[in-house]
Design a protein around this ligand. Structure first.
Ligand SMILES: Nc1nc2c(ncn2[C@@H]2O[C@H](COP(=O)(O)OP(=O)(O)OP(=O)(O)O)[C@@H](O)[C@H]2O)c(=O)[nH]1
Ligand SMILES: [Mg+2]
Length: 373
């Protein structure tokens, strides 16, 4: 094989990624992703609300769902309408995602359009064999009835999606020190957005020796409910601190961290981060999540960070009281150190920045490990 042939092969074998934002919140999150320059993926904004959709200028494709049924006016909070609306567009949905290997479906659950449409898109993802990952938020506790709709939607997604990454808006506020609502929504956008962007960039940028599609598939395929945690650390044991924190403060209350099926860790640190630190962190994860079958992790150097590291941990195959309907026993809130509560938002913004194109010399320091037990 010549070098040219090999390069052509690399190009054609690169996974094709599609990110679909559904409903108002889902579309807003895709705008966040587009603003941070998603490499190697296409963005579709889909909504029944024509006015909101008309503001989606950053998407590659816009899709007005259920034009006949909703006449461009939204679903008024009724998921059944959202489902019927999306069914009107089935042919178009199939056409748009037929070549995708990796499909992210992004929505704020609790309304009509996103909540109702997401199972229809997930069904098409399943049909085409794409690795289908729903990334959703659960409404705030004050949005009572909406939380119930979100619960039903997640249960129904469990049968069609490979993984459902869930962020509970209420938990997010708790962890980040009771943020005002509007800021909490912005943080939720950044969290869901950086999850999608981290993964997409890592598996589509050939210059980064990093997680590949097969690694991702091994952890996320039939992965069930997943939760995300964020951590940050400094000092001699900064990676350990950051990983421990990310694992101990998931943004969805889960029954038992130690029973997670898979773990995906994404680490961003400065040029002073060493491979040894990253390897030690891997061992530590294995200790904290003893029943885990698969752990994959990637580390990336960002010259803008000095002395600190930031970690995003995704736990797959977890059970959570909200979705199973168990009465939640209010566990004592872990006392988070001040330096953690404050920079949660900063950490998010930072993770987003860290994904911007890095100069080549820093890329050579990026490391990845893949491990299977
Ligand atoms: N992250 C994030 N969440 C949001 C935003 N706006 C609303 N939400 C959350 O998402 C839930 C669903 O709201 P929308 O996305 O506006 O609803 P929709 O899917 O457009 O449904 P309809 O408007 O009823 O057709 C709300 O209950 C909020 O919890 C946003 O901009 N960002
Ligand atoms: Mg709407």
């Amino acid at each position: 094989m010549t070098r040219e042939e090999l390069l052509a092969k690399v190009k054609t074998s690169r996974p094709s990624v599609t990110v679909v934002g559904l409903g108002g919140a889902g579309c807003n999150i895709t705008t966040w992703i587009a603003d941070k320059k998603l490499t190697g993926g296409k963005i579709i904004a889909a909504n029944t609300d024509a006015a909101h959709l008309s503001t989606m200028t950053r998407a590659d494709t816009i899709m007005l769902l259920g034009e006949k049924l909703c006449k461009g006016h939204g679903c008024g909070g009724f998921p059944e309408r959202g489902t019927e609306a999306a069914k009107e567009n089935l042919a178009e949905i199939r056409e748009e995602i037929k070549d995708s290997n990796l499909l992210f479906l992004v929505a704020g659950l609790g309304g009509g359009s996103g909540t109702g449409a997401i199972p229809v898109f997930a069904g098409v993802g399943r049909e085409t064999g794409a690795l289908t990952i729903a990334c959703v938020t659960i409404p705030f506790t004050i949005e009572m009835a909406r939380r119930e709709k979100a619960r039903e939607a997640i249960r129904s997604l469990a049968g069609t999606c490979d993984s459902i990454v869930v962020i509970d808006n209420s938990k997010l506020r708790e962890v980040a020190g009771n943020l005002p609502l509007k800021e909490a929504l912005a943080v939720a956008n950044a969290l869901v957005g950086s999850f999608v962007k981290n993964i997409t960039d890592t598996i589509t940028q050939p210059s980064l020796v990093n997680l590949d599609y097969a690694d991702l598939r091994a952890v996320m395929e039939r992965g069930g409910i997943s939760s995300i945690g964020i951590g940050e650390g400094d000092g001699a044991t900064r990676v350990e601190k950051a990983v421990a924190q990310a694992l101990s403060t998931p943004l969805l209350d889960i029954t038992d961290v130690s029973t997670a099926y898979g773990v995906l860790i994404h680490i961003v640190g400065g040029e002073d981060m060493t491979l040894e630190e990253v390897a030690v962190a891997g061992e530590q994860i294995m200790d904290k999540v003893p029943n885990t079958k698969r752990v994959i992790w990637g580390a990336k150097v960002d010259p803008d960070i000095v002395g600190r590291v930031r970690v995003m941990a995704v736990l797959t195959g977890v059970t959570c009281p909200f979705i199973s309907g168990e009465v939640k026993q209010k566990a004592p809130q872990p006392q988070l150190p001040k330096e953690v509560v404050k920079p949660l938002r900063e950490a998010m913004e930072h993770m987003a920045r860290a994904q911007d194109d890095l100069p080549r010399e820093t890329i050579s320091k990026a490391a990845v490990f893949s491990k299977e037990k």
